[in-house]
Design a protein. Structure first.
Length: 77
């Protein structure tokens, strides 16, 4: 069952400042409850993040934005 409520976390401003967003993504993902998911918006396809969370049981879908960004939805079944 895909969640109905997603929170969006745009990591592009952090990356533009040279900051690594993985710790903040981890906090947000770990706080997800049933029926909720997280959308991570990045300037590139975050393949390592997708693989990491997949190994932890997360499902994901990916969408390319018109501006070239990527939006990845993460949730647990």
């Amino acid at each position: 069952m895909t969640p109905t409520k997603f929170k969006t976390f745009d990591v592009r401003p952090l990356l533009a400042k040279g900051e690594e967003p993985i710790a903040l993504i981890r906090v947000k993902v770990d706080a997800l409850t049933t029926g909720h998911g997280l959308i991570v918006v990045a300037p590139f396809m975050p393949a390592p993040l997708i693989e990491l969370l997949k190994s932890e049981g997360f499902q994901s879908t990916l969408e390319r934005g018109v501006d070239g960004s990527w939006a990845v939805k993460f949730w647990k079944e």
